[in-house]
Design a protein around this ligand. Structure first.
Ligand code: NAP
Length: 254
């Protein structure tokens, strides 16, 4: 028995700790998207598999018996690849996905967008300065609509693309506090905050701070969810692995 844990999230790190404590053979996998990733407990591999074929081959080659996809809610490609590769390799797959912010008390005041380009257009209409917290990968989607606006792009690693003159980069990594987020929004005079519906607590304080200051909030909706069986907490995922990998109870002769 050996579990492949597709990670890159705090939930994946929590699950890696729980499974390591339970002595479950485990390999965590990271994409290699950030330069200095927070590493989970136990064995880790880094880098893509090479699409569905590569992942299916990896499962067979490494003797993987179970897969937990605990990747970020917006990492749609790897989640889709996992569904197809696991089906092909006949390996059970569980999706661990944190709930979004649709139950947040401020949800009715937010401007929802179906994708990043639509979020950029909404932010341009609402006006800058704009705080962009959607990550480095999608910055290019915001440039056409926002290149004339003052924008602060908060990212973990330095963007690889050149940014418009009125944009600045703020390099930082959560978790954040409400007080810290309030100070940032106030000091930079932010009028519009753009975020993805990532869910979770680590990046939620900006939403509370924005509400308190009357800052407009634009939220990018999640992509379609995985078709795999789903749980929302690391504890539930750990229970699934332990029950799926438990040896059969011995049968007692009468
Ligand atoms: P993506 O678009 O779904 O995946 C792009 C490619 O990256 C995949 O096709 C796969 O390459 C590789 N990949 C992704 N996750 C991997 C993993 N855990 N292990 C090995 N390869 C992986 O994903 P993304 O949005 O670029 O996110 C990349 C990683 O960052 C994910 O693991 C995710 O959990 C984490 N992350 C993403 C976000 C976000 O907002 N998207 C935020 C925080 C953390 P191959 O096809 O070559 O296998």
């Amino acid at each position: 028995m050996k579990v492949l844990l597709l990670g890159g999230t705090s939930e994946a790190r929590s699950l890696a700790s729980l499974l390591s404590d339970a002595a479950v053979p485990l390999i965590s996998s990271l994409a290699g998207a950030v330069k200095r990733p927070r590493l989970p407990a136990g064995e880790t591999r880094i880098g893509g598999f090479g699409g569905i074929d590569g992942l299916a081959s990896y499962l067979a080659h490494e003797g993987i018996s179970h897969v937990v996809d605990a990747t970020h809610p917006f990492a749609a490609t790897i989640s889709s690849n996992a569904v197809q590769a696991c089906a092909r390799a006949e390996v059970p797959l569980l999706r661990l996905e944190r709930p979004g912010w649709s139950e947040h008390p401020e949800v009715d005041s937010w401007h929802w967008a179906d994708h990043h380009v639509a979020a950029a257009e909404t932010a341009a209409r609402l006006g800058g300065p704009v705080l962009l917290t959607t990550g480095r990968q999608h910055l290019a989607d915001f440039v056409p609509a926002l290149h004339e606006h003052p924008v602060i792009a908060r990212v973990v690693d330095e963007p690889e693309m050149p940014l418009p003159d009125r944009w600045s980069v703020l390099r930082s990594r959560g978790p954040y506090t409400v007080d810290g987020e309030r100070t940032l929004l106030q000091d930079r005079g932010i009028r519009t905050l753009v975020t993805k519906d990532s869910g979770g607590r680590h990046t939620e304080p900006k939403l509370t701070a924005a509400a308190a200051l009357g800052v407009a909030v634009v939220v990018v909706r999640r992509p379609a969810t995985s078709s795999a069986q789903m749980v929302t907490t690391a504890e539930e995922a750990c229970a699934w692995v332990l029950s799926a990998t438990a040896p059969p109870a011995p049968s007692h002769p009468r």
